[in-house]
Design a protein around this ligand. Structure first.
Ligand code: ATP
Ligand code: MG
Length: 429
């Protein structure tokens, strides 16, 4: 949305950006009954009738408290695009006027900051974990994109990869105290409890996979383990139900057929109210799915196949959000250390994501989503023009004999900018 002029108590102010307008709404200085100048209609209209304000104006319950959605992005296989998806999702939502905080919750291989062009984050999750910083809000870093912030992961820190369940819950609780519309968690690969617990603690969990058989297999396994863990966490104080949930029969690695109807039936035989509760938990458990790196039309069907398999084999509903095409622009963006949505807002992958954001994440109707996508593209073009170009060489640390790698380094050109370490983020891709 462009900046707008407003009229409050017969006086005109502005122009205000969406963010400034929202701050005014939060402080009670602007309400839905005040007026906004509509260029399209060439007249003042009330804020409620101003379409582009829909996301900003609070409605109903939200008037008291800004709604906040914690969205976790996970999936079994490494390298399927979770991090590039999260960063561009953050850029897209922020460009539509949302306040977004992205959190790198990949405890083993944090790299979300690199995708955002931040090579040496001032604070990381490690500072919070070791209690060097007490309030989580103090480790939230700005990014070059308006409205988009980042909590960087603790890159390369041994011993962080295994926080206890309570620590994870505390982390999520603290995250919810941050003032934002969306909090996006970028999770690591695999199906360890560290990943799964974060995935389950979020309001929405998005599973990213690509259409290759190995990735699909790991994605399905991830969905299955999530389901079992969800139930185990919900019923951990009920010993008899836990016996069923922890049985070897259900947890056998490689087992893919776990019809929940039968599990519920078994539980009903020993505890009818627990069975009722289990049905509720199952109905509420609805992971979302994004198929990334789609190369041909037929690939798209894989998403529907995963959905059907989850319904048939696990008795759960998965929401297929859509797909993102395999696009060389995404690779180029990663090399330039930029989110792909900004590097080329017109690219096929960017357009796929724009559709997914407006229709599935923000729930727009098809016609509104058309205008929203146009607006998003315009905003992205503006952001793109302002996005700083990284001069990696200039940012490189000065090479020194004190460097940890000095003994193993083939270059040892002390006094010059380091020819190796500043390229690490690129070598890792
Ligand atoms: N739609 C796409 N088209 C082309 N390349 C893509 C696409 N999505 C991702 N990639 C490429 O895949 C690489 C891996 O992506 P990314 O780091 O986001 O994966 P990840 O799932 O987060 O991996 P990890 O599990 O290791 O954290 C990126 O460097 C990018 O070049
Ligand atoms: Mg990643």
């Amino acid at each position: 949305m462009d900046s707008v002029f407003v009229r409050v108590n017969e006086k005109q102010y502005g122009p205000f950006s969406p963010r400034e307008l929202r701050a005014m709404i939060d402080k009670g200085k602007f309400s839905k009954d005040d007026l906004i100048w509509s260029e399209d209609q060439d007249q003042w209209v009330t804020a409620t009738d101003f379409n582009a304000l829909r996301y900003i104006l609070p409605t109903g319950e939200a008037a008291e408290q800004r709604p906040k959605r914690v969205i976790a992005v996970g999936g079994g296989k490494g390298g399927v695009g979770k991090t590039v998806f999260t960063s561009s999702l953050g850029v897209g939502l922020a460009s539509l006027g949302k306040d977004v905080v992205m959190v790198d919750a990949d405890l083993g291989g944090a790299n979300l900051h690199t995708v955002m062009g931040i090579l040496e984050p001032k604070y990381t999750f490690f500072d919070f974990y070791t209690m060097a910083v007490e309030d989580i809000k103090d480790i939230v870093l700005p990014t070059p994109v308006d409205g988009l912030k980042l909590i960087s992961g603790a890159c390369g820190t041994l011993g962080l990869a295994n926080p206890k369940y309570q620590q994870k819950l505390k982390f999520i609780r603290q995250l919810r105290t941050i003032d934002a519309d969306f909090i996006l968690l970028d999770l690591g690969a695999g199906s360890s409890f560290n990943v799964i617990d974060f995935f389950l603690a979020a309001d929405d969990g998005i599973v990213v996979t690509n259409p290759e058989p190995m990735a699909i297999q790991e994605c399905f396994n991830f969905i299955k383990i999530c389901l079992l863990r969800r139930l185990q966490l919900a019923f951990r104080s009920n010993e008899r139900v836990m016996e069923i949930l922890e049985s070897d029969e259900l947890n056998r690695p490689g087992r893919i057929h776990i019809p929940m109807v039968e599990v519920v039936k078994k539980v009903r035989e020993i505890d009818a109210s627990a069975a009722g509760m289990m049905e509720e938990v199952l109905a509420a458990h609805r992971p979302k799915l994004v198929l990334n790196m789609v190369m041909q039309k037929d690939d798209i069907k894989e998403g529907i196949a995963i959905q059907a398999a989850a319904a048939e084999l696990l008795s759960i509903d998965i929401e297929y959000l859509g797909f993102i095409t395999y696009d060389q622009n995404v690779r180029n963006a990663v090399r330039e250390l930029k989110p792909f949505l900004l590097q080329n807002p017109q690219s096929t992958a960017s357009q796929d994501l724009a559709k997914l954001i407006s229709v599935k994440i923000l729930g727009q109707s098809t016609i509104n989503s058309f205008f929203e996508k146009r607006k998003l593209r315009k905003q992205l073009m503006e952001q793109r023009a302002e996005y700083p170009e990284l001069n990696l060489h200039q940012q490189a640390p000065i090479c020194s004999i004190k460097c940890f790698y000095w003994g193993d380094c083939d270059y040892q050109n002390g006094g010059h900018p380091c020819s190796v370490r500043h390229l690490e983020p690129i070598f890792k891709q």
